[in-house]
Design a protein around this ligand. Structure first.
Ligand SMILES: [Zn+2]
Length: 173
């Protein structure tokens, strides 16, 4: 795996998953003693001129943090989160970089950018649908787009197949 692709799972101090960090940030949190490293990646290390670092796979916050449910703000990325990276027309799950957001009622026809009018679509479906509604295009939606309810912090943007072995124990249940 390319070094940049390594991510670190951040746990709260009760070992509940909180979020996903780039390993660089996790390393800084470790060096500043704000987290304890729970698991390291076995297959990789980083070298600075003077030191060698193991990459943290899972870290745990030292400080107690109240878990506050929060409302997921509307954004392109969070539309992908809501739809779990799944094209709402064909059900495919390409990489996130290849996904687009589609206006169910096209923008050119007055459709707004809101939770209720925007869905995740793969590039091919988006261009086939073009300026049509799903009915006109004969492309029914897999799920009606809705405003998501409260999301627990940390339930973000990790696809099942992207979860490293080192995290699995901490994501169970
Ligand atoms: Zn599609």
């Amino acid at each position: 795996m390319v070094l940049d692709n390594y991510r670190t799972l951040l746990l709260d101090n009760g070992y509940q998953p909180l979020s996903v960090l780039g390993w660089q940030r996790a390393l800084l949190l470790d060096l500043s003693e704000r987290v304890d490293v729970v698991e390291y990646y076995d297959d990789v290390e980083v070298h600075s001129p003077s030191r060698t670092f193991a990459l943290p796979a899972v870290v745990r916050l030292r400080q107690y943090l109240r878990r506050v449910p929060r409302v997921l703000p509307y954004s392109r990325r969070n539309v992908l989160v809501r739809d779990e990276g799944t094209c709402q027309y064909c059900g495919r799950q390409p990489s996130w970089g290849k996904l687009t957001v589609d206006h169910v009622m096209p923008r050119s026809r007055g459709g707004g950018s809101s939770w209720e009018n925007v869905v995740t679509a793969c590039g091919p479906c988006n261009s086939v649908k073009g300026d049509m509604t799903p009915e006109e295009a004969g492309m029914p939606l897999l799920r009606e787009p809705i405003r998501p309810g409260l999301f627990r912090q940390g339930r973000l943007a990790v696809r099942i197949q992207d979860i490293p072995e080192e995290w699995r124990l901490y994501l169970a249940g």
